[in-house]
Design a protein around this ligand. Structure first.
Ligand code: DPP
Ligand code: ZN
Length: 869
């Protein structure tokens, strides 16, 4: 397959000014008529006789006219990738008719059918599966879209922009015409048609315009849209308040569909969502679901400016819109909820998803240099690390300086398709700074490692902090440069007073920072708020960590100190366990750690959501990242053993937390109530970890009486890992309640796929026969199959290799239906370098088997071949 390189970018030979599309919808055979006005690109100096090259895949060309005249067969070339002919002049009109088959579209790119509705997904390159077009983001045009469909099965007809007309046609069909005045790239085109219910509200913008807000869902789900609608209105207000950005049309539509490759899509004024990120009511959605809905609704809305009004020149610049928009949605959530807890969640996501990517075979810069399939680059690096890069600029420039840069960026580039470099230049120019070194964050892959050392001169009262940075080589990038990054630090006195706090501007490989008038030997709080997205190799003493857990004025680092303490204990214990096979003995005395946790658990000054977070030990995958080779069974056993020790030591406190955080009030998804439920759920989970039967009974009782999904899932999560009749009872009950609820039943699939029980793989195989399961629905595959590899380290890495073989079989099966989703699930097999030789060779054998598959997609080929290299 062909490799596309960033350095090969050239501006398009022709531009498209206007697009008129007419869809005659039919499940088997939809006819798409397009009329494009093309003009030579002055930047390229093209004209008559130059080749016009349009992308197109998997469709039938029915007719082609240029300036009203059908082209003879020898005047154009059409193949499986596109259509080419010579331009007659500098300005001309192209008319194309194609036929496509939505119902047979299992890739869910382009136009397809989800349940009973037609919908589209065009990012990144789905539009070329609808009609022949210059399918690249720097070709921006205005669209007029006519949709013809049967009135009975498709009463709702939607596209981007404003509704121009609705007309009844003959034969029970009707027609809607939509017009989008804002020029946009084709990846933002959308069409939806079907029999959908609608929930409606409105928003008054800061300049006083009324915007109609509509959420379309399947009939029967109208009562699950309130939170999404409320989130949308809060996001619209927040973007006005914090960024000065106002919505620009009179209508904003959201549609929820069950079959969707991603989380959601920001099509201009017609966002299409995976239903799981819209639908919520208290008995179907957990607090985490509510949080995700809030942040994803906001994310897609924010794209209206960061992505749509200003878009990407080419797909290598994807982080221009995604990194920025993730940073925006993270800050929105921080303002809606607890800021430290949000930061902890975001860092956990970065560490769980991005750090392993950056340290593995698929490592790539935030702005990649090459790809085979762009769909493979919607990654944690482009999104999460990209957001960290924006956050660092925010930290370096301050909120005001950042806002000046943002204002200049939108002023300069509104209506354009631009690059990451354009964004950085706006930040520089607005603030009079030079980011030449900082720009390396866009081009250099790999997570930097920082180590620090402190030296205190008691006579001079001077503290010297020495920081070293180093980034390991990544595939294709052996030489690494030193990066610029803001490192927030605090110096604390033994009595908890803050002696000094500062944001350090680190730029060199090794740098000394001197602090004067420091009254005593300080305890260092390093990289507060995770101001730089790095690994910190220095582990303070257990005493200092316990001190920081109880005293740091930076909440993030209080949590971080606990994680470091736990990791240090667990990693030492895993090494000891490998020799002795006795997890308890390997852990030794952990009283001091338990005391530090107790102090956090019982500190009523701390947010409950924070306390809940602070009780959770680093996950098995996180621990595996720090061990070479990692032994998944040892990690599992030792982590369980520490959980039990903590549970026994803090049993009284957990019982009290469980009792005191029961609520008699009606469910409310707000952050405070959610924090209370989270603390209670952690308490229950630890109580069960004591191994005492009464607490399993307690979990079962909670399951039976739960009046909301959060409490129900908390109980079921505990039962799920037990050998207890309550497990079967609760799972069966959940199934009978929600078997027909396609969003909710996924929780049931994924929970069972996560079970630490050793019969889990057999259970998963059985569940694949369940009537609610299908390989054609991405959410189902991710819930049952993806979860097994991503969130069940113990069983996926079972020593006999059956987990790997099962997984590779599923990836190959899925590759025939939906290569994009297959490729996105393939990363776990690429982690073989982290494990022992036996596991590594079994994983590699599966990757080889995948590479030998007939008709392997470009998508899966790229991931599998890079993973094995
Ligand atoms: N829909 C995806 C997102 O918003 C891709 N643009 O991140
Ligand atoms: Zn996005």
């Amino acid at each position: 397959p062909q490799v596309i390189r960033r350095e090969d970018y050239t501006a398009p030979a022709f531009l498209i000014e206007t697009v008129e599309l007419v869809f005659d919808l039919d499940r088997e055979a939809t006819i798409v008529a397009s009329r494009l006005s093309l003009v030579a690109n002055p930047e390229r100096g093209t004209g008559a006789g130059d080749m016009v090259s349009l992308d197109g895949e998997d469709m039938k060309l029915l007719s082609l006219k240029v300036d009203g005249v059908a082209l003879p067969a020898d005047a154009y070339e059409v193949d499986t990738t596109g259509l080419r002919f010579k331009a007659p002049s500098e300005r001309f009109v192209v008319e194309i008719e194609t036929r496509i088959s939505p119902v047979n579209n299992t890739r869910l790119e382009g136009l397809y059918v989800s349940q009973s509705a037609y919908c589209t997904q065009c990012e990144a390159e789905g539009f070329r599966r609808i009609t022949y077009f210059m399918d690249r983001p720097d070709v921006m045009a205005t669209y007029r879209v006519t949709i013809n469909a049967p009135r009975e099965s498709c009463p709702v007809l939607l596209s981007n922009g404003n509704l121009v007309s609705s007309t009844d046609l003959e034969d029970g069909r009707h027609q809607a015409v939509w017009d989008d005045p804002f020029p946009k790239p084709c990846y933002l085109f959308a069409l939806v048609a079907g029999d959908l219910a609608c929930v409606e509200d409105s928003f008054k913008t800061m300049s006083g315009r009324d915007v109609a807000l509509r959420i379309f869902v399947e009939h029967g789900n109208e009562d699950r849209c309130d939170y999404a609608m409320d989130s949308l209105k809060r996001a619209m207000k927040w973007d006005e308040d914090v960024y000065g950005l106002e919505y620009d049309l009179d209508l904003f539509n959201i549609v929820a569909v069950s079959d969707f490759n991603m989380g959601a899509m920001e099509n201009k004024s017609l966002n299409v969502f995976n239903a799981k990120y819209i639908l919520a009511k208290s008995d179907t959605a957990t607090d985490t679901d509510y949080e995700l809905i809030e942040s994803i609704v906001a994310h897609e809305y924010f794209h209206n400016w960061s992505g749509n009004r200003v878009t990407c020149r080419d797909w290598f610049q994807l982080s221009l819109k995604e990194g920025l928009t993730v940073f925006r949605d993270q800050e929105f959530s921080s303002d809606q909820r607890s800021r430290p807890v949000q930061r902890i969640n975001d860092v956990q996501r970065l560490r769980a998803g991005q750090f392993p990517e950056d340290g593995g075979p698929l490592a790539h810069p935030v702005r990649p240099d090459s790809y085979i399939e762009i769909n493979n680059f919607y990654t944690a690096t482009v999104y999460q690390k990209g957001a960290e890069v924006i956050r660092m600029m925010h930290t370096l420039l301050g909120a005001e300086g950042y806002r000046k840069g943002i204002d200049l960026y939108f002023e300069r580039h509104d209506g354009q398709a631009v690059t990451c470099d354009d964004f950085v230049r706006a930040m520089e120019d607005a603030n009079g700074v030079n980011f030449d070194q900082f720009r390396l964050w866009y081009s250099q892959a790999g997570t930097p490692n920082l180590v620090w050392e402190g030296n205190y001169d008691a006579d001079k009262k001077v503290f010297c902090l020495t920081i070293e940075q180093k980034t390991e080589p990544t595939p294709g990038q052996t030489l690494k440069s030193d990066l610029q990054m803001p490192v927030k630090i605090g110096l604390l006195a033994r009595d908890g007073r803050e002696l000094h706090a500062q944001t350090i501007d680190l730029t060199q490989a090794k740098q000394d920072f001197l602090f004067e008038d420091i009254a005593e030997q300080p305890v260092v709080s390093f990289n507060r708020d995770f101001s730089a997205p790095v690994n910190v190799g220095t582990t303070p003493s257990h005493d200092d960590l316990a001190f920081l857990m109880g005293n740091d004025t930076d909440a993030f680092n209080r949590w971080e100190a606990g994680q470091k303490y736990a990791s240090d204990l667990l990693i030492a214990a895993v090494r000891a366990y490998d020799k002795s096979g006795d997890a308890d003995a390997a852990l030794g005395n952990v009283d001091a750690f338990c005391d530090a946790l107790r102090a956090t658990l019982t500190n009523d000054d701390l947010d409950k959501a924070f306390r809940a977070q602070a009780m959770i030990l680093p996950g098995e995958a996180m621990l595996a990242e720090q061990l070479r080779p990692a032994d998944p069974e040892a990690i599992y056993q030792v982590r369980q053993a520490l959980r039990q020790k903590v549970a026994i030591a803090l049993q009284d406190e957990f019982e009290a937390a469980y009792r005191h955080n029961a609520s008699n009030d009606a469910y409310s998804p707000d952050a405070t109530s959610a924090g209370q439920r989270a603390l209670r759920a952690v308490a229950l989970s630890y109580l069960a970890a004591t191994g005492e039967g009464v607490f399993i009974d307690l979990a079962l009782a909670q399951y039976r009486t739960a009046d909301n999904m959060t409490d129900r899932m908390a109980a079921l999560t505990v039962l799920n890992n037990q050998d207890h009749p309550g497990r079967e009872e609760a799972l069966a009950d959940f199934e009978s309640r929600f078997a027909n609820d396609t969003v909710v039943i996924d929780k049931w699939f994924s929970l069972q796929a996560m079970s630490s029980r050793t019969d889990t793989l057999e259970q998963i195989k059985k569940l694949m026969e369940h009537p609610a399961f299908t390989m054609r629905n991405p959410n189902k595959v991710r819930a049952l199959v993806g979860t097994f590899a991503m969130a069940n380290q113990r069983n996926f890495h079972a020593a006999d290799g059956r987990g790997y073989a099962f997984y590779a079989d599923r990836l190959m099966e899925l590759d025939n239906l939906n290569p994009q989703v297959a490729a996105r699930l393939a990363a776990p097999l690429g982690k073989w370098r982290k494990f022992d030789e036996d596991r590594a060779s079994k994983m590699k054998a599966e990757l080889k088997r995948i590479l030998a598959k007939e008709n392997l997609s470009r998508d899966l080929y790229e991931i599998a071949s890079k993973s094995i290299a």
